[in-house]
Design a protein around this ligand. Sequence first.
Ligand code: ACM
Length: 685
Amino acid sequence: MMPGTSIVADVIPAPAAAAGRAGVFVIRASTHISVPSDAQTARIGRYLASLLQRTRGVRLEVVERVSSSEPDHAIVLRLDPHSSGSNPESYEVDVTPQRIVLSAREPRGLFYGTVTLWELCTADGGHSGAINVPAMRISDAPRFAWRGLMLDSARHYQSPDFILELIDWMALHKLNVLHWHLTDDQGWRLEIQKYPRLTAVGAWRVPAGTAAAADIDPSTGRARLYGGLYSQDAVRRIVAHAADRNVTIVPEIEMPGHATAAIVAYPQLGSTDHPPPSVPADWGIYTNLYNVEETTFAFLEDVLDEVMALFPGEYIHVGGDEAVKDQWVASARVQARMRELGVPNDQALQGYFTRRIEKYLNAHGRRLIGWDEILEGGIAAGATVMSWRGTNGAISAASAGHDTVLSPWPTLYFDNRQGGGPAEPPGRGRIVSLEDVYRFDPLPEALASQRQHVLGLQANVWTEHIRTEDRVAYMTFPRAAAVAEIGWSAPERRQWRGFLQRLPAELARYQALGMRYSDEALRPDGAARRLGPFDRHMSQDLKTCTDKLVLSLEDDAPLRGERAIFLIDIMNPCWIFESADLSQARSLQAAVGQVPFNFQIGRDIEAIKLNPPRTPDGELEVRMDGCEGEPIAVLPLASAVSNDAVTVLPAAQIRQAPGRHDLCLRFTQRTLDPMWAIDWVKLLE
Ligand code: ACM
């Protein structure tokens, strides 16, 4: 190695600069971690020791330095307030055959230095034995200050232990903001002591579907409730752990919409005379909004008082997205209040709402951040905008002088599937690959002149379709590694091929840590299922006829055990079995299931067309070369109607035809709920 040569260190995110030196430093059990006599640095030293023990099986002692001389054969941690560079997260790692020195101006930089060194120690995928660290010097600092992940704990609940683990995993990617989506229509998760019903009532719902409705809880005689909450004690533990890992938690309390769970708990907060009676289980956009009474603002301020006492970070997220104004428009009382307040229209009323809350947060030393809809009703000067409807929100916000964070749909929405394989967990149907995420440009041309307002970027893990913690991890990693690199590394250090070469070591680290993740990006292209005519074609192997609102939906049954996953366009449930060889086929078999139609999609529901059934229970109809005309096979659904899970329908004769044809598969049904779906189809000889 020529000293000083620029090298690619096996580190994600790629460091700003890495230069090679001659030789290696060998870490043995006798190597110690040398720390000065301050508690914070000692804690960072212990963190490095525990990481190495967990993933490499070496147990290094952390030793306090008593003199100013730094020992050889050691990993030396040094906090140097006078070191160069103005970025508080910057650090240096200097590896020579004699010793390794980690230095930084601030503890958080030093923390990232230990993460980088841990990556150098785990780059060979080995889990035990001596560790050879090539001699090198890394000088590093992030490109953006906000490198975030949003977790939706409202639609599905994750345990406090999982949140703690997620924070650990984020830290190992140098991700530093956990935006925690704690309230929504389908659940209020944060304990608020002044309003206990928010969680006593608002944290619990009956899941959608007939299977859940029939699952009676013997202790109540009613359908079993799904949910969970975070006690203030649990939150304090999580916040303290996050601080240890350089992660700031930005809590989100949604207003004025996505508020159904709170309104169920306290109906006086709502805007109609007929408030919802129970926490709902549909996905989509409910029209329930908070009203604008003084008592409601007092409630929100009380809630924010407790939120601010729990979360010390600068930002409080107040949602603001998808606040459909139907109820405000329809309510005589809200209209009267609008006149009283001198607000000209319902759009401006949301602006009034947000500005008023912002004033309250500012008076308590905090800043407001909201989804990009907060731009629409007239926004307060100090508000920060999280741009999710593409990057236009960020561009408008920044040009109006607001700070902004980019988290645009669809690329940074991790509820989109990352692959199309049969093992892929449910999610939104669109595929957003690791490469798609990696190629996202966090500073497009239109924002370049507003660089100072772009705080950074964030990926959002919405959990409507992500029911379990394992699946949250799978959907998040390794795409979060791509977010980490685009958020941290300078554009000239970023290159997809190089990232892909560093990925196997990253996935080996995940394995050593016991994380769940997707290895989709490393599967050879040919690994897609190659299907013969008489194989089972799973739902994921079929094409949806249209691409209006495609979801990869999990069956609602069985309640315990494996459930089928259906790829379905809920606006047009219709599938294409491409290029089916009908020359030898005599019949067609299909396995079908029913999913609850639990989607609040407003007037769009009128656009869903259903084919009328021939018999009372309906049929699966198969057509050739298009979806019109006479079916070439008809499979009655009678045997499947009373089964909540998947039913294999009796095979039905199919009209033979020479050659290959696209088959169109559609159900007939009178009502939308439940909606039929295909698990698999297969031709029989
Ligand atoms: C959002 O996806 N509604 C922010």
